[in-house]
Design a protein around this ligand. Structure first.
Ligand code: CO8
Length: 279
């Protein structure tokens, strides 16, 4: 069993220095020669602001920069929340320019993680809605904690928004068209056992075992000769990534227009107020 905090602290130095901005929201370590661990660390819920998205992208690139590293485990510093998804405050009465830049950072994060040469394993120790589910689905393998109160899925429609086409495509690729119709339409959040039954995740294990199982899985992937492994990943993923690269600015425009609509703003505002019960 790994004691994650100690493990990360003691091995942080092994992966070269990262910028102070990056360090604010992530911890990058290398507990074994071929596997790096990227810990999401933005309290309280690991929501993805522009800066958080940039930090995660930069840390993935840094891990890729170490030739010996072949696999990456993505985990959270919060034992109950993998990531609460996009930072909703970024979409609440935003400045247009900031909103567009925010979305570019989210696109880049997806392209960086989904297209990484590293085998990526998500260690999902708790909730993983919306953008959290995006992070998990962008990995090669997903291990989730048991506990039927924890949820994963794309609940965008419940906020009055729609997932972008590329997130919809990723969902369809992961769980199939019919289940994606149900999941997206209903904004469904799946319990771990439900998520496993539709292949949204690959394994459900006891909470205390999530990191250890994810590390073992990462070591298994890391042993596959990288040339063929990476070529296979490229074959499976490049079409979708190329399409997004081509349509990036169209997608930014669609996102901006959708978010700036008065009705969307009302929905986001009401949803944000309902969270934590304090805003
Ligand atoms: N963004 C910003 N702040 C958040 C978010 C978030 N995603 N989630 C929670 N918070 C805040 C809460 O408002 C609260 O703040 P405060 O303490 O100031 O009141 C604080 O974090 C703690 O939240 P909770 O009290 O709710 O924490 P819990 O531990 O009780 O619950 C959950 C944790 C289950 C993760 C819960 O916070 C939750 O459900 N959060 C919302 C998750 C969600 O719906 N995310 C969707 C984000 S949108 C997205 O990712 C869409 C992608 C595609 C967009 C396409 C658009 C066109």
């Amino acid at each position: 069993m790994f004691a994650s905090r100690g493990l990360l602290r003691s091995s942080r130095r092994l992966v070269g220095g990262i910028s102070s901005a990056t360090r604010t929201y992530v911890n990058l370590s290398k507990p074994s020669t071929s596997v790096a661990v990227l810990e999401l660390d933005r309290a309280p819920v690991n929501s993805l602001s522009k800066e958080m998205a940039d930090a995660v992208s930069a840390a993935i690139k840094e891990a890729e920069g170490d030739d010996k590293v072949q696999a990456l485990v993505l985990k959270s510093s919060n034992p109950k929340i993998f990531s609460a998804g996009l930072d909703i405050t970024e979409m609440n009465n935003p400045e247009v320019e900031r909103l567009e830049d925010f979305w570019r950072s989210i696109q880049d994060l997806f392209l960086t993680l989904y297209g990484s040469r590293l085998s990526t394993v998500a260690a999902i120790e708790g909730h993983s809605p919306a953008g959290g589910c995006l992070l998990a689905m962008s990995c090669d393998y997903r291990v989730m904690t048991e506990g039927e109160n924890f949820k994963i899925g794309l609940n965008e429609t419940k906020l009055g928004i729609a997932a972008p086409y590329w997130l919809k495509d990723l969902f369809v690729k992961t769980i199939g068209n019919r289940e994606a119709e149900l999941g997206l339409g209903l904004g469904k959040l799946y319990s771990p056992s439900e998520a496993l039954s539709v292949n949204l995740i690959d394994e459900v294990v006891k909470n205390e075992d999530v990191l250890e199982v994810a590390m073992k899985e990462a070591e298994t992937w890391a042993k596959i000769p990288p040339k063929g492994r990476v070529a296979s990943k490229v074959m499976l993923r490049s079409e979708m990534m190329d399409e997004l690269r081509e349509k990036k600015e169209l997608d930014v425009g669609w996102f901006r227009d959708f978010i700036m609509e008065e009705g969307t703003q009302k929905g986001i505002d009401a949803y944000l107020k309902s969270l934590g019960g304090k805003k």
